[in-house]
Write a protein that binds this ligand. Structure first.
Ligand code: F6R
Length: 363
């Protein structure tokens, strides 16, 4: 039942404040300002965390890597399952492996899990489907509580994955002595603001709609980001290409000069994820570089960043002020709205895009 919404994807985008809140409630004890994981994970015993998934799930892992490393000092590698399972991965003592899958049935991710089990690693499944094969086979099961996701393009499952992964990173930081009590409280305050901020970000819809009409006529759209927003740029591009069939690519902003800047010519749309963070000046200089070559820059920026950009972007979508952990979750809403509304203007079959299946159980 789509309720008042035109598509399941639209409904699922709007459900996010609620389901991310529900997922966080399963991982955090807000009254005590502490992490309370649904199952115990021993991060102290780990020397390295391997994260494996496909598509959007792999991008969630890539976003989380920044937090596992910066908050917990836990070395972390992220792989797409189809590459990981066929490359004879090398393991070391203290490796543990985390598999991210909405369905819990994706063939490559499941086989990667089995491979790690055979190698004797602790395996953890982060899944939205409690009775799935991955949930059955993994040593530890961690839930996302997104509820059934019908739209083929993943939205609420992704943001629930981010919420759960950030809570895990905080837990890892506490266990490994990298975060003291005040550090844990601050991180939890940041993360637990995500549902409210996502609700505010849904108000971007009006502004995005005008942009989407314009993007629907584009042949190519680039997404740029740095740090944890680099994988979010990959996710934004994946979402747009999946449902609007526009050729979209995501890049780390720092890679521009190593190739992708050759694509920039008059009028090419470049969507830049530009929060006011430690790397803002570098992001702004990337904006200048593409603008000088004729790009039509669309900035996704919080108020402070929007003010500092001062007209450097052709259009700025102003997102609510978010901390380091909530920013990727909040900006996810913006890139989802961009993809969704662009596809609506193109008139594509948003919930059932061509050639795609919801669950990829054969490789
Ligand atoms: C993209 C998308 C896919 C899935 C991928 C993994 O919108 O939905 O990229 O994320 O097929 O699926 P799960 O998470 O079920 O393993």
């Amino acid at each position: 039942d789509k309720g008042p919404f035109r598509h399941f994807m639209e409904k699922e985008i709007h459900e996010q404040p609620e389901v991310v809140g529900r997922t966080l409630a399963a991982y955090l004890n807000l009254a005590e300002g502490a992490v309370q994981l649904p199952s115990h994970v021993d991060f102290k015993a780990m020397n390295r965390l391997l994260i494996v998934g496909c598509g959007t799930a792999a991008y969630a892992g890539m976003v989380a890597r920044y937090s596992f490393e910066s908050l917990a000092g836990l070395p972390c590698e992220v792989d797409i399952a189809s590459e990981f399972r066929y490359r004879d991965p090398a393991f070391a003592p203290g490796d543990a492996a985390l598999f991210i899958s909405q369905s819990g049935e994706t063939a490559d991710t499941l086989e990667a899990l089995r491979l790690c089990q055979q190698a004797g690693l602790i395996t953890i499944a982060l899944t939205n489907t409690p009775h799935s094969t991955m949930a059955r086979e993994a040593d530890i099961v961690l839930p996302t509580l997104a509820g059934p996701e019908i739209g083929v393009a993943s939205t609420k499952a992704f943001t629930c994955q981010l919420a759960a992964l950030f809570a895990l990173a905080i837990a890892a930081g506490a266990q490994r002595g990298r975060l003291d009590k005040a550090g844990v409280s601050a991180a939890i305050a940041d993360l637990s603001a995500a549902p409210r901020l996502m609700g505010e970000a849904l108000n971007l819809r009006q502004g995005v709609d005008a942009l989407a009409l314009d993007l629907a006529r584009s042949d190519i759209v680039l997404f740029l980001g740095r740090n944890a927003l680099f994988p979010l740029a990959l996710e934004g591009a994946l979402k747009l290409k999946e449902i609007s069939y526009i050729h979209a690519e995501g890049y780390a902003a720092g890679e521009l000069k190593h190739g992708p800047i050759a694509l920039i010519e008059e009028g090419v749309a470049v969507i830049v994820l530009a929060p006011m963070d430690a790397l803002f000046d570098k992001t702004r200089s990337s904006i200048e570089q593409v603008r000088a070559r004729g790009a039509r820059v669309i900035a996704v920026a919080d108020e402070a960043a929007a003010a500092a950009l001062d007209g450097q972007a052709a259009l700025t979508l102003v997102t609510p002020p978010a901390g380091r952990l909530s920013a990727p979750i909040v900006m996810a809403v913006a890139v989802q709205l961009i993809a969704y509304l662009t596809a609506v203007h193109k008139g594509t079959d948003v919930d059932q895009p061509r050639n795609l299946a919801k669950s990829v159980t054969v490789e």
